[in-house]
Design a protein around this ligand. Sequence first.
Ligand code: ASP
Ligand code: MG
Length: 431
Amino acid sequence: MQSEKRCIEKMIVYKFGGASVRSAEGIKNIVSIVSEVRDDLFIVVSAMGKTTNAMEQALACFMRAEKEDAWAHLAAVQQFHAEICNALFKTENETVQILSPIFAEIKELIMDGVGDDYDRWYDHLVSYGEIISTTIVAAYLKTQNIDSKWLDMRKLLITDSNFREANVNIDESRKNLRQAVDFQKHKIYIGQGFIGANLKGVPTTLGREGSDYTAAVVANLLNAKSVTIWKDVPGILNADPRIFKNTVLIPELTYADAVELAYSGAQIIHPKTIKPLENENIPLFVRPFANPDQKGSIIKDKTQKPIDIPVLILRANQTLVSIRPRDFSFVLEDSLSHAFGLLTKHRIKVSLIQSSAVSISVCVDNTRYLPAALDELANNYRVTYNDNLQLLTIRGTNRKIEQETTADKEILLSQHTRRISRYLLRAKNRS
Ligand code: ASP
Ligand code: MG
């Protein structure tokens, strides 16, 4: 009981993403950030750099039963981590001690297994990215005389079996986590983002970029005072600086602002992150990993003033699907729920909806699930689609910016409310 009280008073959550831990320098920087912390601390860490993508490539070979090729990809992943370890630890022996047991386990999995259920194998294999990164970070903290306790979130964060996009079982996870975490024993705990397991202990993942969501869930379950996501940008900007020029920092956002931005496709935080925080009124800081003295942005219940600059969000890889009943029945009356039921069943995420009397058009993320969804829809409807599109959302309507950002594109569809404009765009030079 006493340790729970301490949690309530003091603890905070830090999340370090893949970009923060992509190099030995990054891991050293974690140490300098963490050593400033006086509160009890739970650290959530993603896989290092592009490890998750590399694991996905290994999985693709494995699913084609090309085990040797799968292992070659994984050997490259091992090499990448070995180089980081060699730069962190005094002797190669330490590197071997850290990596060998993990990669022996992965090799066994690859060589013994036979891929059939893609989603299930995905979670089993890809989750090792976070196991490796957290093991290295915990080992390095130890060499710097920082005591921390490494936790295996595959034993603590319980989810359903919706592989690759699992939902957290809050009650089971709370029980486990509160049992595992006692800040009287250790001031710092380290757990993997993105990964968990179902009730039978089979590994699951929470969806790409899901480590933010893990941080929020941990904060909710341990009654954190705050969560900080350390990122490779100065905070939350009004647009993605890799795509748009002249971006500006938004110092304060409400939870509602953040949800809206995340769902429109702003890749700054995982869309599911906000709810567990809002439920407990836990503020979320987004701060620059490279400049820990800067404040970054804060997301909280209420802000001093509404966001008064236009916010631009570009969601790539979109497909516009038009669904039309074969018999000209009125789509909104007769077919809407059936068509959406099929999309949900195939895990298709709808980003925009437009309807006429006899057809409904939906803009969706073009994922590996889409062909099967289109096939099943085509059994009941006339289905046509356009792919390779981008969905631009502009919050805070501004004609000049709208003209500039859509000028060299073909506009397939646009929607406007008083505050928000949305454009479905295609590059003009497409043949
Ligand atoms: N490593 C996972 C990914 O790259 C999860 C995360 O980084 O949040 O998607
Ligand atoms: Mg990441």
